[in-house]
Design a protein around this ligand. Structure first.
Ligand SMILES: [Fe+2]
Length: 344
């Protein structure tokens, strides 16, 4: 997810635009919070006008949604504020409507917003991943020390979604009144937050009021933190959240990244050395045999097997080949091009 750093930003400072993409019903206004210009993935504040009605259908993108204000009818169910949905790509949602209008936060994770009218799931939709819950009423607050080293006491969370492979998380968090944390923090992951209610403060970026938002790439200093009257927010990370704490307000993202690398070297020296010296760690990383080994037969003609004999591999994912029939060209972070010869 290559979105730029957006911070500080408050959606109350901009106006709603009319959603005009094909498939979406009239009466949908949006404020773009962050956008990946490559994939179209984005987070938006969305106002659905009273009387809005969206027929059943699915999106080509995985998405998440939380009701911020008002009520939304999803099929037969009336959902209140705080209701959260995780909707896999291709998962067919029933008709949605709102009588009085409502405010929701919509996140399209893997592609641009889309709505394909349909009465059934796409055949390749991972329907088991769908879940929905009233996060305000039906989940208790848990201590924020799920992640260690931890935020200060008084920052509580409700976990809404967890990706067991990447450790990406979606969660509600709240700061209790008079919350304070005096250190500076950065992470190895991107971090996103939308303030559903209340104001928190950070040394670098000032107050985040109701409607305040940030998309913060990895290694950017943030903190100390405080909240006078408390706040509640939706938070997300795009991979494993680790709190690198320190007290030096002058460090750059590059210095923070180098320190994170040094800490990895101190903690997992063999893994660090291997990952550094192995000459095939292109952006998609080395192979995870649990993900690529054949578990079942070739179903419905869909080739879900990733073949590799260690020398030769076929890429089912998008991959830039310079010209047809040439050996692989891998783009390395330092900009150099290595030619690998595959004897096939
Ligand atoms: Fe953070």
């Amino acid at each position: 997810m290559a979105r730029p750093h957006i911070e500080p930003f408050c959606d109350r400072d901009v106006h709603f635009k009319n959603m005009r993409l094909p498939g979406f019903s009239r009466g949908m206004g949006y404020k773009m919070l962050s956008l990946d210009a490559d994939s179209g993935a984005c987070s938006m504040t969305v106002q659905l006008d009273g009387g809005y009605h969206q027929p059943p259908g699915f999106s080509w993108s995985e998405r998440e949604m939380i009701i911020v204000e008002g009520e939304l009818k999803v099929g037969d169910q009336t959902c209140r504020k705080g209701h959260y949905f995780f909707i896999p790509a291709g998962y067919c949602m029933p008709a949605i409507s709102t009588q009085q209008g409502c405010l929701v936060m919509m996140m399209y994770n893997t592609g641009e917003p889309s709505h394909e009218p349909s009465g059934e799931h796409h055949p390749l939709a991972q329907v088991d991943l769908y879940h929905s819950i009233d996060s305000y009423m039906d989940i208790p607050w848990a201590m924020g020390n799920l992640v260690k080293p931890s935020v200060a006491a008084g920052c509580l969370i409700k976990l809404l979604n967890f990706n067991p492979i990447s450790h990406a998380m979606t969660f509600l968090y709240c700061m209790t009144p008079c919350f304070k944390q005096d250190n500076i923090s950065y992470h190895d992951c991107a971090e996103e937050s939308y303030h559903l209610w209340g104001t928190s403060w950070m040394m670098q970026f000032g107050d985040i009021p109701t409607g305040g938002y940030f998309w913060r790439p990895a290694y950017i200093n943030h903190g100390a933190f405080a909240s006078e009257y408390g706040c509640i927010a939706l938070g997300r990370t795009d991979s494993k959240l680790f709190n690198h704490f320190h007290y030096n307000p002058w460090t750059t993202p590059k210095e923070n990244q180098e320190r994170a690398g040094a800490r990895l070297y101190q903690r997992d020296p063999l893994l660090y050395k291997w990952a550094l010296s192995y000459d095939h760690n292109h952006p998609h990383g080395p192979e995870d045999f649990e993900k690529t080994m054949q578990l079942r037969g070739n179903e419905q003609g869909h080739d879900n097997e990733h073949k590799s004999d260690g020398k030769r591999h076929d890429h089912w994912h998008g991959h830039d080949h310079q010209e047809d029939g040439s050996p692989h060209h891998h783009h390395h972070a330092d900009g150099s091009h290595h030619h690998h010869h595959h004897d096939d």
